[in-house]
Design a binder for this molecule. Structure first.
Ligand code: IMP
Length: 182
């Protein structure tokens, strides 16, 4: 079985990464490290720098993830600032910004960056969807408000079925395809 190390502080992400990569026959070790997250207009740059910072701390080949939720009616906000927006205005703040808006379309992007000290490889996944009318119970991060296309349920309500729809699943499927061929 192949293996890879996932560097993050987020245990929720790790559980999902582990479950998704196990379907590709890849075992996942967890390196709990605080990573430098640069501010940039491009998620690709943020993910690449995060992977290099993780490699420097862990001392072996790693993958890291960077995500963004993009809301059409807010011209893509919070996008690359999703982490900061979650910590400051949170789901309540997003609901307030969208109050009265008929257009609730949104998308979630995930970038998985692999770095082994020489080679940087970035795999992407995206899911289209919308922001729910109210905040639902459970989940983590924006799970209580993001409804992927093809369902009427938020990521939080989908529970373990979230992995069938998520941006993370798509990015990791792409990563696994590259990693198992490399
Ligand atoms: P990060 O850049 O990967 O830390 O993600 C940016 C923000 O999006 C953070 O606030 C995360 O909690 C949130 N986020 C990323 N992926 C998910 C997800 O699958 N569900 C809910 N929130 C997420």
């Amino acid at each position: 079985m192949q293996a890879v190390t996932f560097a993050s502080t987020n245990q929720n992400k790790y559980r999902e990464v582990q479950s998704i990569l196990s379907t590709h026959g890849i075992a996942v070790d967890f390196a709990q490290v605080n990573l430098v997250e640069i501010q940039s207009f491009l998620l690709e740059d943020i993910a690449g720098e995060k992977a290099k910072s993780a490699f420097a701390q862990v001392g072996m080949a790693v993958i890291v993830e960077d995500d963004g939720m993009f809301i059409d009616a807010l011209k893509g906000f919070p996008g690359q600032y999703s982490s900061h927006a979650f910590k400051t205005i949170g789901n309540d703040g997003i609901m307030k910004l969208l109050a009265g808006s008929a257009d609730r379309a949104a998308s979630f992007r995930s970038l998985i960056a692999f770095y082994d000290g020489r080679h940087l490889s970035i795999s992407e996944g995206r899911v289209d969807g919308r922001i729910s009318d109210k905040i639902t119970e459970g989940g983590w991060g924006y799970d209580p408000i993001f409804v992927p296309a093809g369902t009427n349920l938020t990521f939080a309500q989908l529970k373990e079925k979230k992995n069938e729809y998520s941006h993370r699943k798509k990015a990791l499927d792409n990563f696994a395809q590259w990693y198992t061929m490399k």
